[in-house]
Design a protein around this ligand. Structure first.
Ligand SMILES: N[C@@H](CCC(=O)N[C@@H](CS)C(=O)NCC(=O)O)C(=O)O
Length: 187
């Protein structure tokens, strides 16, 4: 098993889960922004030129959430609900929600506030990303307000630490009554 990895990236999810499951793996380490990530050698493995990439025998996966689902299903069935369990659909929904709905605007916000050098940051784009994230989350308010949701999500070993931090951030926004979390408009 081989993982292409960079610190402070989504690849932490993969390595964290491999550690949790107790599987051995070989690490190919980049740093974010390293030009070799977009070079021909690595893009022949992962055409996106991004991390993580998991190689397991003749399987290559380049989506962190697909990797989590794959590793759980194949190597740690005890950690995930069975397909006929009552919470199976919910497990898939929330496993994919964070990457599918939240990481886009959250990534844009981080790019415009942290990753770009100050002279290239655009405060308007940053604010737009933050508002979109707030509105996206606000639509699910009844779910977040249901106390049964949090014990199901937070201790889940299938969600890595950064995903759990994301959910904790959501919880903090709710508990502090953040204006970001008010459903003020639709669309
Ligand atoms: N949807 C992909 C996104 C992968 C992705 O964007 N990875 C970032 C790190 S968090 C990356 O490799 N960025 C390097 C770059 O854009 O040069 C996943 O979930 O794995």
């Amino acid at each position: 098993m081989k993982v292409y990895y960079a610190p402070q990236s989504r690849a932490v999810r993969t390595v964290w889960l491999l550690e949790e499951i107790g599987l051995g793996y070989e690490l190919e380490k980049f740093t974010l922004g390293q030009k070799e990530m977009r070079g021909p050698e690595y893009t022949s493995v992962n055409p996106n030129g991004r991390v993580p990439t998991l190689i397991d025998g003749d399987v290559t996966l380049t989506e962190s959430t697909a990797i989590a689902q794959y590793l759980g299903a194949k190597y740690a069935p005890a950690l995930i609900p069975e397909t006929d369990a009552g919470n199976f659909a919910q497990y898939l929904q929330w496993l994919h929600y964070a990457e599918g709905m939240i990481m886009g605007p959250m990534g844009n916000y981080v790019v415009e506030t942290v990753l770009l050098p100050p002279e290239r940051r655009n405060p308007e784009l940053a604010m737009r990303a933050l508002k979109l994230m707030g509105r996206t989350l606000a639509r699910w308010r009844p779910i977040w307000m249901d106390v049964r949701f949090w014990p199901a999500v937070l201790p889940s070993p299938i969600l890595s630490q950064d995903m759990q931090s994301l959910w904790l951030g959501v919880l903090r926004l709710i508990l502090t009554g953040s204006p970001l979390f008010q459903p003020t408009r639709t669309g």
